[in-house]
Design a protein. Structure first.
Length: 289
């Protein structure tokens, strides 16, 4: 499948093409590292699964395992397995394949609307709004002199998700050692009102900064030459029925543990009005070379 332009739209990237026998083909996207961004594979796999489920059921959880690095020079085929279609729940497994080898697995559960008890944790009251914060592109320009050239070049390319870190604590800048970080984010393009698409893009965005959280207590950055980092497994739980990824969301991240070359990261995603729309957990590789 032909690669997208450097100023791609997320709607294009996630428009997976239906083949035969519940297989789908995802668009390619060039990368300076030659590797496929994990959030892209996750989001495309989720879109492929969503295309096999009735529209009245929305994904409420997806569990994802990264097996091999994806190569942006080769197509990715997504094979969907229809494990369950019940009255209120549907379950799908997706295997992402390159050169007939699995690079990624997804298990997703979809549910129709149901009544039930409701509660949620409260969003902290002291979070600054996104309006006056610098986004990652502006922060890269501000700190250009301290960034490796290849990192600045990567950050200076078009990004389909706008990210505005709290307190200028971007994932590529050193800051005080701490167990948490926070960013505002949203899609740059105005999106159609399609629930499956907004959920897939939210899943895409959850992988942008989460892994770097487990490096913060150690003063470590993912781009340090003596460190190897990679996502291992990644889970997203979708809470709200109506999720709008083209409106500002706050991503509060923390890391309760690291050890044995791995780091555990957690995330809570709120709207500006304080509604908890999703929760995230991820274990990643943070190994000293």
């Amino acid at each position: 499948m032909k690669g997208l332009s450097p100023t791609y739209l997320l709607t294009e990237l996630l428009d997976v093409k239906a083949l035969e026998n519940d297989e789908f083909l995802g668009h390619r996207l060039a990368s300076s590292t030659g590797r496929v961004f994990g959030g892209q594979v996750l989001a495309q796999a989720l879109m492929a699964a969503s295309k096999t489920v009735s529209a009245d059921k929305l994904v409420h959880s997806c569990h994802n395992y990264f097996i091999r690095p994806g190569d942006c020079n080769h197509d990715i085929t997504y094979k969907v397995h229809r494990d369950l279609d019940g009255r209120n729940f549907s379950n799908r497994r997706v295997v992402a394949l390159q050169n007939n080898k699995p690079i990624f697995n997804l298990i997703a559960s979809f549910q129709g609307k149901s009544d039930g008890y409701q509660h949620q944790i409260e969003m902290p009251a002291d979070i600054p709004p996104p309006d006056n914060l610098l986004n990652e592109n502006a922060l890269a320009d501000k700190h250009k002199g301290s960034l490796p050239e290849h990192v600045y070049s990567m950050l200076n390319r078009y990004r389909s998700i706008e990210v505005r870190p709290i307190n200028e604590e971007a994932h590529f800048l050193r800051s005080d050692k701490k167990l948490s970080q926070a960013t505002w984010f949203k899609a740059k393009e105005t999106l159609p009102n399609t629930a499956a698409l907004h959920r897939a893009i939210l899943a895409y965005a959850t992988d942008l900064t989460l892994l770097s959280t487990s490096g913060r207590p150690h003063g470590m950055l993912w781009m340090d030459e003596n460190v190897a980092t990679a996502s291992i497994d990644h889970t997203v739980w979708f809470h709200a029925n109506d999720i709008k990824i083209d409106q500002w969301l706050i991503y509060l991240m923390d890391t309760p543990w690291s050890g044995n070359g791995r780091g555990l990261n957690r995330g809570s995603i709120f709207t500006q009005s304080g509604e908890l729309v999703a929760s995230v957990a991820q274990e990643g590789l943070i190994r000293i070379k």
